[in-house]
Design a protein around this ligand. Structure first.
Ligand code: ATP
Ligand code: MG
Length: 408
């Protein structure tokens, strides 16, 4: 199809350079889809008949990203572009048009299987434009076979349908339901990344619901198969677009409140989330029950347990639960706690061991050995300082340690 798409200067530079050296180059996949939808592409992928070594020669500022898949990442003006040699099954094939067709036929969905360059215009062998116009996610070829080749495509279908507000074609959807158990063969990292993309859609409810209705959720977070889905979706629908808050919200409805933080920690470890994310979610779930504290010291201990860096998420989660109640109620208790918490933080009162006027080195100088006992002493001092912030001077704290050494 001869349409003219204007491309960013860097992309034109790459395509021209390939062309000047006798290679065919096309933008391909998600970026073509996004341009046709008048959206800003997230990334620009290029497909070419040039081999990775040849690409590296043309673009010296580059690194091998997935040499197995023929991908070289090229840096131009500080941005990166992935250039991948045509995905092909027949390496003897040398006709570029057939090679491009082969590459596109190995892509997941028709709307992701289009390519473009200025010479050939839009290349659309699988009715991608039609499906884009109709808002349909259709597998390229037989969905059954395509999901058997790579089961992650089932999660991608749901992610794309929800990101774009499209429908999944009935045949493709039925193939997902039938093959959902194939997801167990997929690496956790790949599943996690697609799952996170679903969670970060403006309104992720539809995606989560589809993961349940297709039973894919059994292979993502089986811990969550028995939760009150309607309530969880209402809470998630009321959260801001934040991964930590939304992940925590998923676990809130687990029957046993005392267990849910641990269940979440194990599940998220399995999905290989970062320790920072897991720790934050664990604390949010542990502390979720709104404390009924009126005294400042208890609130300081509470801040410590949640962690200052997690307070915003804590309040966002609380508010989401309130908004999900019909009618919403309980704002005032959260607001009151929030006010007290931020007042304490604004006053820069000492709250954690790091805020103490002494550190481990100071204690070593007065004869305390590093190890368990030192930790106990620092916690003991923190307890004192939480109650009486005025005690937080080096002299006072060292005196406490020296005079009460036997008690600590
Ligand atoms: P996003 O906009 O989030 O980047 P995307 O569709 O571009 O979405 P990518 O993961 O960047 O997704 O993949 C780029 C392209 O590679 C896709 O558009 C598709 O053509 C192809 N692709 C990606 N994953 C698969 C897969 N599992 N099977 C087949 N083709 C795939
Ligand atoms: Mg992409």
């Amino acid at each position: 199809m001869l349409i003219n798409i204007s491309l960013p200067a860097d992309v034109t530079y790459i395509l021209n350079k390939l062309d000047e050296h006798g290679f065919a180059g096309y933008i391909v996949g998600g970026c073509v889809r996004d341009i046709l939808l008048n959206k800003e592409p997230v990334d620009w992928d290029i497909t070419t008949n040039a081999q990775p070594d040849q690409v590296k020669q043309l673009f010296p500022k580059s690194i091998d990203t997935g040499i197995k898949h023929g991908t070289v990442t090229v840096f131009i003006n500080g941005k990166q572009y992935e250039i991948t040699t045509f995905r092909q099954s027949d390496y003897r094939q040398s006709d570029n048009i057939l090679l491009l067709k082969g590459d596109l036929s190995r892509r997941d969905f028709t709307i992701n299987a289009m390519a473009y360059n200025h010479q050939r215009g839009l290349v659309d062998y699988f009715n991608g434009v039609k499906d884009l116009k109709e808002g349909i996610i259709n597998a390229v070829g037989d969905p059954e076979k395509r999901f058997q080749e790579d089961a992650l495509r089932m999660v991608r279908a749901i992610r794309l349908a929800c990101q774009l507000d499209f429908e999944i074609a009935p045949k493709t959807f039925a193939a997902i339901t039938r093959n959902h158990q194939l997801l167990k063969s997929i690496s956790t990292e790949r599943i996690r990344d697609e799952f996170c993309k679903i969670l970060l859609i403006e309104q992720p409810g539809r995606g989560i619901q589809m993961l349940y209705s297709t039973l894919l959720m059994d292979f993502i977070l089986p811990e969550l198969t028995c939760i009150d889905l309607d309530h969880t979706l209402a809470v998630i629908g009321a959260t801001p677009k934040d991964l930590t808050v939304r992940l925590a919200a998923l676990f809130l409805d687990i029957d046993k409140p005392q267990e849910r933080a641990k269940i979440a920690r194990n599940a998220l470890k399995r999905l290989k989330f970062s320790n920072k994310t897991i720790d934050a979610i664990y604390r949010l779930l542990q502390e979720f029950k709104l404390p009924d504290y009126s005294d400042e010291v208890s609130i300081k201990r509470f801040i410590n347990r949640v962690g200052q860096e997690n307070l915003q998420s804590f309040f966002e989660l609380q508010l989401a639960v309130i908004k999900a109640c019909k009618p919403p109620h309980g704002f005032s208790a959260v607001d009151a706690l929030k006010e007290q918490v931020y007042k304490i933080i604004k006053e820069k009162q000492p709250l954690t061991i790091k805020d103490l006027a002494v550190n481990g080195y100071d204690l070593i100088k007065i004869g305390i050995q590093p190890g368990v006992q030192m930790g106990q002493i620092l916690n003991y001092l923190l307890e004192k300082v939480l109650t009486k912030p005025e005690l937080n001077t080096k002299e006072n704290l060292l005196n406490i340690v020296l005079s009460e050494k036997h008690n600590v």
